[in-house]
Design a protein around this ligand. Structure first.
Ligand SMILES: Cc1ncc(COP(=O)(O)O)c(C=O)c1O
Length: 381
């Protein structure tokens, strides 16, 4: 056992010209701050890949989410509907503007916000619905968009997981009023820390460019559209450095290779663990037939918290790292300050107790996948 190498949950790795482009940003483009050649090249590529009119690179998905709250002019006392089974950035972005998060429970099959519970959470103070496509498997966007239109609410897709995912043929990130992406090292396409805001609206695009440039129209100045730039609205510093955009472009160019490898691993887990999972009452991911997933996360739902912890320990003893995922926001210290308590969202709490993730990254090799599958199947509930 001791000569086994440790299989981490995630290992960031280059695939092509990442460092070449970083160097070129410095030596040929001679610009490594934001908005330069690789920023524009990456944004153009993202528009194509996500079927959206506009992509605005940001320093993180967290910052892109903060920009959405600014774009929607979220104010003190506004309510924003979202799942509690998500990362803290989904909620912080809106709480920073004074909003109250209204958490809605999730579906048992996809771990996504339960669209049938959204309408009853709407009040006169509701301004927006934020959806998270967990593991890149789409929320029920037709129903959600219909509710939003009827109540005149904005829809933000927190698509941190879902680049390359599809819902009824529509790319995730292209359906709501605006969407965000993450290029954190754990995502399919990476640059260490990075993100993007996507939108089909010319108005939101123009405002997003201003927001990420400290509230100034500097981007318009560089394009020769205004003769000087100045403070035009509240904003922040959400620009990605062009050095990091160079890294990102090197990844984006190779998205086919990355995605093919991730899908092969995801599919192996799904097929080769199926009998074992069925035998022990372990739930595998469920992908509705109208959705295409991007092989972002491969997760399992063990029968209960004790079994989930036992599985993590079993895998750890066998040198495989299999982390759990989100601790519900509504039961967190901050969540409770909004009046929530344990028991409020039973499916969220149950999923959080039972979910575990298997290693999945583009440089994960066949022998490692063999070992992960073999070790998982050796676990008895
Ligand atoms: C659903 C979700 N939203 C937002 C984020 C924040 O992304 P970033 O680390 O790029 O800020 C994450 C991070 O993993 C996430 O899982």
């Amino acid at each position: 056992m001791s000569n086994l190498y440790y299989i981490q949950f995630n290992v960031p790795k280059m695939i092509g010209n990442e460092t070449v482009y970083m160097q070129e940003a410095l030596t040929e483009q001679r610009r490594i701050s934001g908005g330069g050649y690789y920023t524009q090249a990456s944004e153009a590529m993202l528009c194509k890949l996500t079927q959206t009119h506009h992509a605005v690179l940001t320093s993180s998905c967290t910052h892109a989410l903060e920009a959405t709250a600014l774009l929607l002019d979220i104010q003190d006392g506004d309510e924003v509907i979202m799942p509690s089974f998500t990362f803290v950035s989904t909620v912080n972005a809106f709480v920073l503007r004074g909003a109250k998060p209204v958490f809605v429970d999730i579906r048992q099959d996809t771990q996504n916000i339960d669209e049938s519970l959204i309408e009853q959470a709407i009040t006169p103070k509701t301004r927006a619905i934020v959806v998270v496509h967990y593991a890149g498997i789409a929320c029920e966007m037709d129903a959600i968009m219909e509710i939003a239109q009827r109540h005149q609410l904005a829809v933000v897709e927190d698509n941190a997981h879902g680049l390359f995912g599809c819902y009824k043929g529509h790319a995730l990130g292209s359906i709501g009023d605006m969407a965000t992406l993450s290029f954190h090292e754990t995502k399919n396409i990476i640059c260490g820390e990075g993100g993007a805001l996507l939108t089909n609206s010319q108005h939101y695009f123009e405002q997003a460019e201003i927001i990420r440039e400290k509230g100034t129209n500097r981007a318009q100045f560089f394009r020769g559209m205004v003769d000087k730039y100045s403070w035009v609205r509240v904003g922040s510093s959400y620009l990605m450095s062009d050095m990091m955009a160079g890294f990102l472009y090197g990844q984006l160019e190779n998205h086919d290779k990355i995605q093919a490898h991730r899908h092969a691993i995801w599919q192996r887990y799904h097929l080769e663990l199926a009998d074992w999972a069925r035998q022990y009452g372990i739930q595998q991911p469920s992908v509705p037939s109208h959705c295409e997933h991007p092989a972002h996360i491969y997760y399992l739902l063990l029968p209960n918290l004790e079994q989930r912890q036992a599985f993590i320990e079993h895998m750890q003893r066998n040198m495989v790292q299999t982390p759990f995922h989100y601790v519900p926001l509504h039961t967190s210290i901050m969540g409770k300050t909004f009046g929530y308590q344990a028991g409020d969202l039973p499916l969220t709490e149950d999923t959080s107790d039972r979910l575990v993730r298997l290693p999945l990254y583009w440089s994960l090799n066949e022998p490692s996948v063999d070992r992960i599958i073999q070790m998982a199947k050796a676990f008895r509930v």
